[in-house]
Design a protein around this ligand. Structure first.
Ligand SMILES: *[C@@H]1O[C@H](CO)[C@@H](O)[C@H](O)[C@H]1NC(C)=O
Ligand SMILES: *[C@@H]1O[C@H](CO)[C@@H](O)[C@H](O)[C@H]1NC(C)=O
Ligand SMILES: *[C@@H]1O[C@H](CO)[C@@H](O)[C@H](O)[C@H]1NC(C)=O
Ligand SMILES: *[C@@H]1O[C@H](CO)[C@@H](O)[C@H](O)[C@H]1NC(C)=O
Ligand SMILES: *[C@@H]1O[C@H](CO)[C@@H](O)[C@H](O)[C@H]1NC(C)=O
Length: 244
């Protein structure tokens, strides 16, 4: 009998959860940056004579309550000192962390004890770090320079976009790019890595014949190295000269 009661209770909870999911999809998404601040602005009308307002996080965690003509009471240790409820019913969250991502729900109870609620989804992202571009020369013959460029960045959930000579490389939105050069004397390639709150670019420069450089230098990598080597050799000669 007790078991049956439990099963029944479980089914009730399950079906009310399903109803909750089916009827209330978050139609409002807010993106935040780690250590930044967001404002959750509910769209639902709050009657002036409301009885109380409750904010929930991820369905079951009650984070604050506000009764009319009473001060706000903050309930959850999880958001300790990070919430600020404004008179206009906006909820401010400061010092964002990735784990603050989730679904927030405002529940408004009017003076006839009828409730209305609204869901707001919060997504917190790390700013994208600077990517670097790795060049792999697939072929360097018959005047062709065939390469694979790979944009690497220490981040997940990012989108890639490529530009050649500042022009959109249409459709190239993966982390690698294949290209073939023959007649061009020089070219620039840019990889832009982005998430909804930030973006960073990595650059690489081409010079004929098949020379690649990460810096915007007119001196090709190989030539720069030779010059450095000869300066070293010259310094060594000077040293030897001073000894003698
Ligand atoms: C409510 O007030 C806060 C603080 O003054 C402000 O940042 C926020 O934008 C306001 N919200 C709306 C919907 O006007
Ligand atoms: C309930 O609120 C409405 C307006 O929102 C107001 O007209 C009415 O007088 C209120 N009733 C009570 C009992 O406070
Ligand atoms: C380099 O690319 C060109 C143009 O697509 C192609 O004709 C050539 O065969 C490629 N060379 C090699 C060695 O893959
Ligand atoms: C990548 O990023 C994570 C978190 O942002 C950091 O802990 C880790 O040290 C980084 N790894 C490298 C190789 O930079
Ligand atoms: C990448 O580009 C292709 C072709 O333009 C497009 O169909 C696809 O949706 C894009 N993917 C992303 C993640 O932007």
């Amino acid at each position: 009998m007790a078991a049956a009661g439990q099963t029944f209770a479980y089914l009730v909870v399950l079906s009310s959860l399903q109803a909750f999911e089916a009827t209330e999809m978050p139609h409002n998404q807010v993106n935040g940056i780690v250590r930044g601040t967001v404002y959750l602005n509910p769209k639902l009308p709050v009657p002036e004579e409301y009885k109380q307002i409750i904010w929930w996080f991820d369905v079951s965690l009650k984070i604050l309550t506000k009764k009319r003509d009473q001060p706000v009471s903050y309930l959850s240790g999880f958001f300790h000192n990070k919430l600020c409820y404004h008179e206009n019913h906006t909820l401010e969250i400061v010092q964002l962390q990735k784990q603050d991502s989730g679904i927030f729900r405002i529940e408004v109870e009017n003076n006839q004890s009828k409730t209305k609620s609204e869901l707001i989804q919060l997504k917190v992202y790390e700013p994208v770090p600077k990517p670097s571009v790795k060049v792999t020369i697939r072929a360097n013959e018959d005047g062709w320079c065939n390469v694979t460029l790979e944009c690497t960045v220490n981040a997940t959930q990012v989108a890639y976009h490529w530009y050649k000579n500042e022009k959109d490389f249409v459709g190239k939105n993966s982390s690698t790019l294949d290209d073939q050069l023959k007649s061009e004397s020089h070219a620039s390639y840019k990889c832009v890595v982005s998430n909804p709150i930030s973006e960073e670019a990595g650059l690489v420069y081409y010079r004929s014949p098949c020379t690649w450089d990460e810096k915007n230098s007119a001196v090709p990598l190989s030539l720069a190295r030779k010059t450095a080597d000869s300066i070293l050799a010259f310094g060594f000669l000077l040293l030897v000269h001073n000894w003698v």
